[in-house]
Design a binder for this molecule. Structure first.
Ligand SMILES: [Zn+2]
Ligand SMILES: [Zn+2]
Length: 144
């Protein structure tokens, strides 16, 4: 029942020093409210994901990596500061900040995770599932 795009998604940072292509399916968007996501994004993260082998870095001149937790690194542009990737150490998928995709993305949204860590100035009322933490199945979904 997948309705996700299957080929040729493209995206990049605000300044263009990081550009990428995804030659494969993208996961539906997951919103993460954890502290690391809040601080690196300035709000909360909206992330899709692809299989690592489907990601092609067209321009990685600006790409920098920051270890934000014991389980993952975050890729960002060292020139303009855009938050772009979330790379878990297990290597099963590559998280991609959905806002960095060129539009139209064709994506829909799936759920909120780490809502126990959400800040106090907003409410989550879009009707999507809200998970207090996460469920460890951030890739295996949607028929992809
Ligand atoms: Zn940039
Ligand atoms: Zn998070």
């Amino acid at each position: 029942m997948s309705t996700e795009p299957t080929t040729d998604s493209q995206g990049g940072c605000e300044c263009g020093a990081v550009r990428y292509e995804v030659a494969g399916p993208l996961r539906r968007v997951v919103y993460c409210h954890c502290q690391q996501c809040r601080r690196t994004s300035g709000h909360y993260v909206a992330a899709t994901a692809c299989l690592p082998g489907h990601l092609n870095l067209v321009n990685d001149d600006g790409l920098r990596w920051y270890r934000s937790s014991a389980i993952a690194e975050r890729g960002f542009c060292g020139v303009c500061g855009s938050s772009i990737f979330w790379r878990p150490d297990h290597g099963e998928y590559m998280g991609i900040m959905a806002g960095t995709l060129d539009t139209p993305t064709g994506l829909t949204s799936r759920e909120h995770i780490h809502v126990d860590d959400a800040s106090d100035y907003y409410t989550i009322d879009d009707g999507l599932p809200q998970l207090p933490q996460e469920h460890g199945k951030l890739w295996e979904k949607d028929g992809v």
